[in-house]
Design a protein around this ligand. Structure first.
Ligand code: 5AD
Ligand code: SF4
Length: 475
């Protein structure tokens, strides 16, 4: 029997991409192989995101195309995984008979069995394998595994399945307990569940044994880590434990919530030299009125006080943020306060999102009263302000030599790309793929809005070696 081929596409955040790696590792353990292209796959899986309508629309459109393909290829197994599976399970099964399996983000732990069951249901897989033993609901056209699944964190990760040789993501907690009115994540991903310190350290150690030198810890509110665990270990404690791994050279974590940036974490950030020098601390809005209606749980003043405490203890830190523009009731004056705050904090990087009502959230009950054109304008204004700040910081680096962890080949031929401790993207001329995964000195020679260009400096060949080339985006 030839090995079944799968094709998996991720539509969401870093957590979603890491989930895809875990799903792949599970399927490969069962003998599945990655199809070179979607058209060659026996099983097409879409790992989806519900955070904004735009992300969902891309998946609906892809499902439309797969429906047409399935007319001539009835054995094809189509699976919707992740947040949309959780959010739209009924609709997917009732209205999309070409969808064979629907697996929510808390049920990736037995994805292999779910896929096998769907293939069996499609008649593709004869009874040669054992029937699935875990509890799957079989509804209408497809197999559903959403609310009662086995968590992806039970998967003993195959550390070789990862896109970058020198860097890896590690999930330290799932779900979110915060009450932000606009956000669908607490619904799709459920309550906060932290992984025990020992499990995380063990996984990180195995990754480092396999050549990883940079680890980014993931959680929706990563700095609230541990409050659900016995003994309440903190992120600070976890960072200190991971810091002990000799081969690890850089340690980052995303995404933090301002309310959990306490003194113990600030002290750890100041003391631990391997910790990357940026903090992704989304503020969402610069207006106290909007923050209150968003139920973010802090004021602009409190946010600024936390940032000041951090910078007093660790002045080399740079701040990154997320902003939402066009939240219900956001006036021009509210928006101007966001622009002012962005400039005042002097964020090094910001993601700006146009408010998108998510059915079932508190904010979805409010009138979505900022017209689309105005949301777009505010989006552009805030992005332009951020670009100006980012460019200014990049220009200030011209002439300096920075340490770059080389990630891969740039889209521009003859160049490699990597990131600094501040997560700044740097491109430099070289075609020496032996450098991938190494930390090398690069002198910055020019600055662009989203990256720097530099020249590789003489260095010792220290650092991890890396297997295959990876392409990194370049503006
Ligand atoms: N509309 C627009 N942006 C949103 N975000 C979360 N929910 C929404 C929504 N309904 C943004 C927030 C969050 C980031 C991951 O996505 O800024 O920090
Ligand atoms: Fe969503 Fe707020 Fe939780 Fe972030 S903290 S995932 S914005 S509910």
């Amino acid at each position: 029997m030839t090995a079944p081929k799968y094709h998996l596409t991720s539509y969401g955040c870093q957590m979603n991409k890491l989930d895809s790696e875990l799903v792949e590792s599970k399927l490969r353990q069962l003998g599945y192989v990655a199809a070179p292209a979607e058209a060659d796959a026996d099983v097409v899986l879409l790992n989806t995101c519900s955070v904004r309508q735009h992300a969902e629309d891309r998946v609906w459109s892809k499902l439309g195309k797969l429906r047409i393909r399935k007319r001539t290829d009835p054995g094809l197994v189509v699976g919707v995984l992740g947040c949309m599976a959780q959010e739209h399970k009924r609709y997917l099964l009732a209205r999309m008979p070409h969808v064979d399996l629907v697996v929510g983000p808390s049920a990736f732990g037995d994805i292999d069995r779910t896929v096998e069951q769907a293939r069996r249901k499609n008649g593709e897989l004869a009874a040669e394998r054992e029937p699935a033993r875990t509890k799957h609901e079989v509804q209408g056209a497809g197999v559903v595994q959403v609310d009662h699944g086995v968590s992806g964190d039970t998967i003993v990760r195959d550390v070789r399945v990862r896109p970058h040789r020198s860097q890896a993501f590690v999930s330290i907690m799932r779900g979110c307990n915060m009450p932000c009115t606009y956000c669908i994540v607490p619904t799709t991903r459920g309550e906060e569940i932290s992984r025990p310190v020992a499990d995380i350290v063990e996984e990180a150690q195995r990754l480092c044994d396999d050549g990883v030198t940079e680890i980014t810890l993931l959680g929706q509110t990563v700095n609230a880590y541990g409050r659900d665990l016995p003994g309440k270990p903190t992120l600070a404690l976890l960072l200190r434990a991971l810091h002990e791994i000799p081969a690890l050279r850089r340690l980052a974590f995303i995404t933090s919530h301002p309310n959990f940036l306490g003194p113990d974490l600030i002290t750890a950030l100041a003391e631990l030299p391997k910790v990357a020098r940026y903090l992704h601390l989304p503020v969402q809005s610069g207006s106290n009125r909007v923050l209150k209606t968003m139920r973010r749980g802090y004021t602009v003043e409190r946010y600024l006080a936390r940032v000041e405490q951090l910078l007093a203890a660790a002045p080399d830190f740079e701040l990154h943020s997320d902003f939402i523009v066009g939240y219900p009731g956001e006036t021009e004056a509210d928006f101007e306060e966001s622009v002012a705050l962005l400039r005042r904090v002097d964020f090094a990087q910001s993601y700006v999102f146009k408010y998108s009502p998510r059915p079932g959230t508190v904010a979805a009950e409010l009138p979505d009263d900022v017209p689309e054109a105005e949301k777009e304008r505010r989006n552009q204004v805030l992005l332009a302000a951020q670009e100006e700040l980012t460019l200014r910081r990049n220009v200030a680096h011209v002439g300096q030599t920075v340490e770059v962890l080389v990630e891969g080949a740039s889209k521009v031929a003859g160049r490699l790309s990597g990131r600094t401790v501040h997560h700044r993207l740097v491109h430099f001329a070289s075609d020496d793929l032996e450098l991938l995964g190494q930390h090398v000195p690069v002198r910055v020679t020019s600055a662009l809005a989203h990256s720097c260009i530099g020249e590789l400096q003489a260095h010792d060949a220290a650092g991890a070696r890396c297997a295959g080339p990876v392409e990194v985006g370049e503006q």
